[in-house]
Write a protein of this length. Sequence first.
Length: 291
Amino acid sequence: MLSGAGYVPDRALATVVHLALRMRRPLLLEGEAGVGKTEVARTLAAALGRRLIRLQCYEGLDLAAAAYEWNYPAQMIAIRLAEAAGERDKDEIASGVFSERHLLRRPLLEALMPDPAGPPVLLIDELDRTDEAFEAFLLEVLADFQISIPELGTVKAEHPPIIILTSNRTREIHDALKRRCLYHWVGYPSAERELEILRTRLPDIGESLSRQVVGFVQALRRDDLFKVPGVAETLDWAAALVELDAVTVGPDTARDTLGVLLKYQDDIARTDAAAVTRLLDAARRTSETLA
């Protein structure tokens, strides 16, 4: 299913995704940036015909931005209208003010709502950017597929959403959250699988060029870099070379386009002319192996 939607998984990843769907368990994907963790959720949503709801995590993410908040201006208007109409019963006013029509649903709560197309895919992206307090709030969502709203009660999903969490592991995720999820580490692909990914995503690229691109990136990942290029950078570099009408990768072309692969100046400076020549030699050997 994933391959048919343009994602090339290895057997272990395909297995854990299958188990997450069958067992209705959240799936936590960890790995370096750019290895395809987020793309799993996008591909699942496309393959299943479901809505993708994405919660992009960041430092300081709170309940109001992630789950729900009250529409305070609308509530104030409702209170003024009730007072103008002569309503004096505080409980009656409160029941009208704290009702669903004044509730603003954010991604977590929205994912629990019924959907005619079926339960949506909820992507909680880069969870490691948040703090432990937010993780603690997530436990209820991951374990029981529900959110408790003090003024309204508990909102529980009739059918659990498909939940994919990703982490770049800039910090450790708490064990309590991990226990509620299936887990998989998404590593860098082998040369054979990366070539298959490249052929799938860029079918018009030349065969020789695609093998050379994969060989160059595979060799580059073995260097001592601050940020190793991921699969996303491989695809970007291949697309850039196609835009330049490159048939093969020469030393000048490789040096001129290093900024597509490497995102730190120190890494680019370290990959000097001698390093590029060495990487191209390694790419040639890998290309011959893949042929």
